[in-house]
Design a protein around this ligand. Structure first.
Ligand SMILES: [Zn+2]
Length: 168
């Protein structure tokens, strides 16, 4: 973006100052287990001992402020609760437009994860759509959610709104 040149006595009100910050995050016990399972094609959650909600990935319960219990196996099938259709190009864009990015509550979890939904026309994306993880081949998996290429429709009937309305 080109900036207009300020006049001689006019104060400069803004300037472009690109900032880049690189940092390393320690995954910690729960995320280490979660990411190790992702490499194996499994998804783990953690249950809050107080409110009983299951979080994916496991993390301290933000409501109760307590540690999660256990590595709970979570299905790689779930339901689209909300979604957005991305149809505007942006820098670093790798997906063919338009595409769908969704909030997905996996079966057995109480909070959604966010991932790409593929295998469906963007215009056909909808709340309640049943989807499953499309895992990358084992040799291509890394400790990242990109080990799931995308979520794709299962072909099952859509989930009834009442079954996921608490997870919006
Ligand atoms: Zn809780």
């Amino acid at each position: 973006m080109s900036e207009p040149k300020p006049k001689q006595d006019e104060p400069i009100k803004r300037m472009l100052a690109p900032v880049r910050l690189e940092f390393t995050v320690s995954a910690g016990r729960d995320k280490t287990a979660f990411l190790g399972a992702i490499i194996e094609g499994r998804i783990l959650g953690g249950r809050c001992p107080s409110c009983r909600k299951v979080y994916v990935p496991p993390r301290g319960c933000p409501t109760c402020g307590v540690e999660m219990v256990g590595d709970i196996p979570i299905s790689d099938h779930g339901v689209v609760t909300t979604f957005c259709t991305v149809s505007i190009p942006f820098e670093g864009q790798t997906m063919k437009l338009p595409y769908v990015y969704a909030s997905i509550v996996l079966d057995g979890a109480d909070v959604p994860i966010f991932h790409l939904v593929d295998g469906i026309d963007a215009k056909d994306a909808r709340m309640g759509l049943r989807v499953r993880a499309d895992w990358r081949p084992p040799a291509e998996r890394k400790p990242t959610m990109e080990s799931i290429r995308a979520f794709v429709p299962t072909g099952e009937p859509d989930a009834a709104f009442d079954t996921y309305k608490e997870h919006l």
